[in-house]
Write a protein that binds this ligand. Structure first.
Ligand code: 13P
Length: 284
């Protein structure tokens, strides 16, 4: 079971300038399908869990699922807790064995975010885990106004936050958002270069669903070693189920629907792994 520290997966990708797909899963089927896609393409992958799905499934059940499914693959994989403002959920996931967490205190002041993030990093280290940090927060795509890239902290603030907290990965706002973009987003890619040059810290690219192949390769080349995909999985999972029922009216045999959904999620994951240049990059 090659579960490795998130830091290790990201450090290689950052050095060699490819992107690791960090894909949010919603249940057992999608977790297994993402891992199977990575195995098929010999790619490292990060499986992400949202606070909502951790609570929905239960932390013990979700972790048990992870342990069992990860046993079946031979490529480097890690389990990550996405956007979590709740310190008790962070503590519980770290204690259980998650490899990394995104401490999302973007609603707090930068000073308070920094103070708490220092504590989260210390706690993570005690468990051999890693931390992603953010100070700006991300909108949903439906809330976008077009001037997202302008509402960001100064570079000095970012540099100070990363140095003071010791986060392993930083997630900056560059005009990206979560959800389905109405049009191709205008991204401040120079900001990624500025942060990487000033700190040497790998960057997490959020809001990956709907970015163009050119945007991915440009941003990965600048240091976005972790590329987050969530909405694309939800779309693949839900529409494949809907399509199956439309094409097979009256066929209520769940395993048949599940097979269609697994194929769709695997195809979606493989598409992004190839796009990010991580196919064949497994070293275990
Ligand atoms: P999308 O839902 O836009 O793919 O964003 C994923 C993400 O950034 C998760 O943190």
């Amino acid at each position: 079971m090659p579960v490795v520290p998130t830091r290790e997966i990201i450090a290689r990708a950052f050095r060699e300038r490819y992107g690791v797909a960090a894909i949010n899963v919603v249940n057992d089927l999608t977790m297994e399908a993402v891992l199977a896609a990575a195995e098929e393409l010999r790619a490292p992958v990060i499986v992400q869990t949202s606070v909502k799905h951790v609570k929905m499934t239960g932390i013990d059940a979700m972790y048990a699922m992870w342990v069992e499914y990860a046993k079946a693959v031979s490529v480097p994989v890690a389990l990550h807790l996405d956007h979590c403002p709740e310190r008790d959920v962070i503590s519980a996931c770290l204690a259980k064995g998650w490899n990394s967490v995104l401490f999302d205190a973007s609603k707090l002041s930068v000073e308070e975010n920094k103070r708490q993030c220092i504590e989260v990093v210390a706690e993570a280290r005690r468990h051999g885990a890693d931390v992603e940090g953010e100070i700006e927060g991300f909108k949903r795509t439906e809330e976008m106004t077009g001037d997202e890239a302008e509402h960001v902290q100064r570079l000095e603030t970012v540099v100070d936050f990363i140095a003071a907290t010791g986060v392993d990965i930083f997630a900056p706002a560059i005009g990206n958002a979560h959800g389905t973009y109405k049009t191709t987003p205008h991204l401040d890619s120079q900001r990624v270069t500025d942060i990487v040059e000033a700190t040497g810290t790998p960057v997490a690219l959020h809001g990956g669903t709907g970015m163009t192949p050119e945007q991915f390769s440009d941003l990965i080349g600048r240091g976005c070693a972790k590329v987050n995909i969530s909405t694309a999985l939800k779309i693949a999972f839900m529409t494949s189920g809907f399509d199956f029922m439309t094409e097979h009216p009256g066929d209520y045999d769940p395993p048949k629907i599940f097979a269609a959904q697994r194929t769709a999620v695997m195809e979606m994951a493989k598409h992004h792994i190839r796009l990010f240049g991580s196919e064949g990059k497994a070293w275990t």
